[in-house]
Design a protein around this ligand. Structure first.
Ligand code: KQY
Length: 371
């Protein structure tokens, strides 16, 4: 079912990630030209992430026909495994962005409480900047999920990835200029036009624009979900470093300055929790050699990894976060997240580096469907 107006005109809004979910959607990695050693390590870590999330809420993992049996065998029985074609497994960006509405919010419209936005996707920048050459299967994933769930679909021609926006569910949207204003996404839209579209799709009314994303997050042109996120309305967690010689310092400092001077849609000053990045971490010779040269972006040894603890997933009562084998920073991140989420159990995923090698992390491979 495809309604005529925009989601906000029907009273829909994108909820905060901490609002109750009915399930989490994930894909299954298999591209040998993005995931080293024929994706065997990535599959182990995706299975671990799915398994941990499934302790808090139902999980569906989508796998291609060639990989369905393998995925089924590597995932616990209570996780639903569906066959679906896709070009890679970044469900934050290719699955729908779900929105919700109160029953009473739109007289004259008897649609469902949950709907999904099916954004246009150009593989993080279109030909020339894309991460792989053919994304024709990816662009059907959102629609297929909405069909499976019989949830109304709002198709949108603006190019946008779910990882490039964060909301507080109360009218505020956090994003980066580096990604959303990049000419490789929507060259025909001004900042004001982009804001207007997002207002009518996400039900937001206030934007906080950080200039840039995480240093080295070149695959996505600086997605917000790798540098900063809401912990709750009025409180954000920002990737940080104290090392002034690290190119990340300038990026975090400029974001801190924007955030400290910002108010949200409800007029609150923003409280910023700093969360130190790990490392710096670099791709090793062995890791780079395990990635086949085929139809995706080449991976080179010595490349700085876009590693940050902010790229976590908030499940019902749990926070599933990456850890990187940097003992001091991993422990620090665990403590910061425990105090930022006192009502959640924090679970750190060792080996999240494997997801990072593919260009993202836990938030990027998950998509929540609200209850
Ligand atoms: O940050 C995300 N939401 C996705 C990262 C995708 C990287 C593709 N190689």
């Amino acid at each position: 079912m495809e309604p005529n107006g925009s989601p906000a005109s029907y009273g829909y809004r994108m909820p905060g990630e901490w609002e109750r979910h009915s399930r989490c959607w994930m894909g299954w990695p298999e591209r040998p030209d993005n995931w080293r050693d024929d994706a065997q390590h990535a599959q182990r870590v995706f299975a671990r992430v799915a398994s941990e999330i499934s302790k808090f809420e139902p999980v569906t993992v989508c796998a291609s026909s060639q990989e369905w049996e393998n995925a089924r065998s590597k995932l616990p029985k209570h996780i639903r495994v569906l066959e679906m074609s896709m070009d890679d497994a970044w469900f934050r960006d290719i699955a729908p962005t779900f929105v919700v509405r109160d029953k009473s919010s739109s007289p004259g419209y008897d649609g469902q409480r949950v709907a999904g936005i099916d954004w246009n996707f150009n593989c993080w920048g279109g030909l020339g900047d894309c991460c792989y050459r053919d994304w024709s299967k990816d662009i059907l994933v959102a629609r297929k999920i909405l069909e499976i769930e019989a949830v109304p679909r709002f198709p949108e021609d603006m190019v946008l990835e779910g990882g490039s926006i964060h909301v507080d569910g109360e009218g505020t949207c956090l994003t980066t200029e580096e990604c959303l204003l990049n000419p490789n996404r929507n060259p025909n839209l001004t900042r004001e036009e982009i804001e207007n579209r997002l207002m009518s799709y996400l039900g937001v009314r206030k934007f906080i624009w950080l200039p840039r994303g995480l240093y080295g997050d070149d695959d996505t042109n600086g997605h917000i979900d790798n540098i900063c996120c809401f912990a709750r309305p009025g409180v954000v967690i920002l990737s940080w470093t104290d090392d002034k010689s690290d190119p990340q310092y300038e990026r975090s400092a400029e974001a801190f300055s924007v955030l400290s001077n910002a108010t949200d849609a409800c007029g609150r000053r923003i409280e910023v929790i700093k969360l130190h990045i790990p490392g710096p971490l670099y791709m090793t010779e062995e890791e780079a050699a395990g990635v086949k040269v085929m139809n995706a972006k080449y991976r080179f040894a010595e490349t700085r990894l876009a590693a940050s603890y902010v790229n976590f997933y908030i499940a019902n009562g749990g926070v599933i976060a990456p850890s990187f084998g940097d003992e001091k920073r991993d422990r620090e991140a665990y403590n910061v997240l425990c105090s930022a989420f006192p009502d959640h159990e924090v679970v750190m995923i060792e080996e999240a580096r494997e997801i990072c090698l593919g260009g993202g992390n836990i938030h990027c491979i998950t998509q929540q469907q609200p209850a």
